[in-house]
Design a protein around this ligand. Structure first.
Ligand SMILES: Cc1ncc(COP(=O)(O)O)c(C=O)c1O
Length: 376
């Protein structure tokens, strides 16, 4: 069985997290260069990355444009929300988890008028609710939704909701942070006007920037709407188009790594092949965890193959900090929970990890369970 080639130094542990995640040795090695931000080699690399990101989503200029934004994923979500919704505009923010809540928080900070559609973390937003909200309030101009809600691992129904948003001729913003590259996504067919993701998720690059795929019509509307200088999506795009350069210092090394990561995604067989690997990781994980007695937070039909939330075992000798530390001591990094109404921990299925890595993690979990002597 194939193993990951993550070991860049003897001390690196595989990261069973939603990012930053385990990257290949060759992705890390691609950063061993110093490129000037105005150097033609770097400008050409950025142009190539932007084109390939569009191609990955099955779209191309001039219908869709790709904007790269420095910072973590949240910076790009904030850039889109604060650049797209005008002073007179209004956002329908849909939330069933912490990342949906973050969109609401962004709207609040920027004093953007918003209607909030909140669901419990184990429930899916429905197209019927979105239809009712849009029909009732003509002032709503934009709808924002997270695709893979990394809080739980839930996959939200973007196709059904996208169809409603388009029928009502509103703009659709999708936070596809933890799904883009790891699940097939077709922004044009789904009616997505702004798709946001980041370098250190399913494309398996290193942290440093976010990426925005925007329909050109929606992007052009952003001119003059931005509420900040550095997070101006239109301004960033204009600069990238003008001379291929970033307005402010770009994350050159992260882009070098990302270019290599895109090559490795192609070599693996593209998004479909990557989704199959992640899906096998997920199946290995869930089958093994169930056999150890652990229970998932979500129903299997709502669960994606990106990340899984497991409930804390209801046993007095289970203590998460100790469980986490013992696993880390054995060389395996898992992730704390984020669900608000249940005690959970999370295990990510993405990154340069293979089913054999999950089999090794499961063996370590079995050993820790015996050491701590708890029942799951
Ligand atoms: C769905 C989703 N949105 C937003 C973010 C925030 O990204 P970052 O932590 O890179 O700012 C994450 C991070 O995991 C995420 O999974």
């Amino acid at each position: 069985m194939e193993h990951s080639n993550y070991i860049a130094s003897a001390n690196d542990k595989p990261l069973f997290t939603p990012g930053p995640l385990t990257t290949s040795r060759s992705v890390k090695q691609a950063m061993l260069r110093d490129l000037g931000s105005r150097d033609s080699a770097f400008v050409n690399l950025v142009r190539d990355v932007r084109q390939r990101l569009l191609a990955l989503a099955g779209v191309a200029a001039p219908d869709y444009e790709c904007v790269i934004m420095q910072g973590s994923g949240t910076y790009s979500v904030e850039a889109v929300i604060s650049s797209a919704v005008s002073a007179q505009g209004k956002l329908l923010a849909i939330s069933n988890g912490a990342y949906g809540q973050r969109i609401i928080q962004i709207a609040k900070v920027h004093k953007i008028d918003a209607t909030i559609l909140t669901y419990p973390e184990d429930a899916k937003p429905t197209a019927a609710d979105v239809e009712a909200a849009l029909a009732q309030d003509p002032a709503l101009t934009h709808v924002a939704l997270v695709h893979s809600e990394t809080t739980t691992g839930m996959i939200n129904p973007i196709d059904e909701i996208g169809a409603v948003v388009k029928r009502h001729k509103r703009r659709f913003i999708v936070d596809a942070m933890s799904s883009f590259g790891g699940m097939p996504l077709e922004p044009d067919k789904t009616g997505i006007d702004f798709l946001v993701s980041s370098a250190n998720k399913c494309i398996e690059g290193v942290p440093g920037f976010g990426l925005i795929l925007a329909s050109r019509a929606a992007l052009l509307e952003c001119e003059g709407r931005a509420r900040s200088l550095s997070l101006d999506v239109f301004g960033q795009w204009k600069a990238l188009e003008a001379n291929g350069q970033f307005r402010f210092t770009p994350p050159t090394h992260a882009l070098l790594a990302f270019h290599q990561a895109l090559d490795e995604l192609v070599a693996e067989g593209g998004v479909i092949a990557r989704a199959q690997r992640y899906s096998k990781n997920y199946q290995t994980l869930v089958a093994g965890m169930r056999s150890l007695g652990f229970k998932e937070y979500l129903q299997p039909q709502d669960q994606g193959h990106i990340i899984v939330s497991f409930r804390f075992p209801d046993h007095p000798r289970f203590e998460f900090e100790e469980f986490y530390s013992r696993l880390s001591d054995k060389g395996y990094v898992i992730y704390p929970g984020k669900v608000s109404n249940a005690d959970c921990f999370r295990i990510g299925c993405i990154g340069r990890l293979f089913p054999a890595d999950f089999a090794a993690l499961l063996a370590a979990i079995r050993a820790v369970k015996l050491e701590m002597n708890f029942e799951a």
